[in-house]
Design a protein around this ligand. Sequence first.
Ligand SMILES: *Cc1c(COP(=O)(O)O)cnc(C)c1O
Length: 374
Amino acid sequence: MSNIESTNNPYLLLTPGPLTTSDTVRLAMMKDWCTWDDEYNNIVQGIRKDLIQLATTNTEKYSTVLMQGSGTFSVESVIGTAIPRDGKLLVIGNGAYGYRIGEIAEMLNIETVMLDSGEVSDPDIDELDRTLAADKGITHVAVVHCETTTGRLNPIEKVSGVVKKHNRIFILDAMSSFGGIEMDIDQLGVHYLISSANKCIEGVPGFGFIIVNKDEFEKCGGNARSLSLDLYNQWKTMEENNGKWRFTSPTHVVRAFAQALKELQEEGGVAARAARYRDNQRTLVEGMRKLGFTTLLSDENQSPIITSFNFPDADSFTFAEFYSRLKTKGFVIYPGKVTNLDTFRIGNIGAVTPEKVNDLLTAIEESSYWKSPV
Ligand SMILES: *Cc1c(COP(=O)(O)O)cnc(C)c1O
């Protein structure tokens, strides 16, 4: 198993990014380095290459662009650059992150169809098929892989089958799954995969990355609706100048990310990391059920990344009180994000092992104040 060292932290983050990182990842940020010399650019180039190798075996077909900002900046850069002025986007939405893609498109005046199945249901694949058959104007389809809102793993293989059948451009928000769940984006026919530094690669926040199908992306020059989020110009600058970023790059974060990628390899790659996350998630849910908690989703839809739990059925329970008791014991959990249901969330990603999940379960048992008679 992994022997992740993470010390000197006030608490363990059980949040799906920013998350608890290893000491060695944080240590990589303890020096100041020049941004424009070859040494730094070579690190950037190594990252771009490594990311493609994590995404597919057909590496020749793809390229990576790094983009400053949080994950949403990367999503916005894709939506604003990939879709031409006469394009039309279909978004599969079943949670806050899918709906956010729709908001971005609307703000950019991109014609959008939202296929909304509600926050606690699977996407309707037949409706996707019918909509794409009926509306030839739709050029692009976007879906979220792990909908972090609830922890649902969306059926991207099925979505991919329909998108391929109708020959549309496929955008995948794999923000909270890439590096933690195995996939091959060439087999899935993904043209744009979006993720960020501070999720399953287990780096620190500061930039996102997009793995692009080169043939498709070559057509996108001049599409951008924003100067700083022009993903095409960002790509051209990196391609033509050996990994140079257009504007100030988050140098410390990039160094930490290179270290995080090294540690992902040392752990045994994506398959080994996925196995650790699944162990964490199984340990968590089994333990929580023993303590009387129920999960929002059924097990077959549940991702190994983050789990939503329903509030216990007790008037005296408040999330604020529960949260602060756990924080005192060294664990930080996440509030819920589903609109009309009372839930909280616990993430399994970062420097987290089943042993630490067991420590969390003990802390939760000791913090179950609503079970005591008043
Ligand atoms: C984290 C996340 C994002 C981006 O969120 P930021 O707060 O902008 O980093 C987008 N989509 C999904 C599915 C996510 O989990």
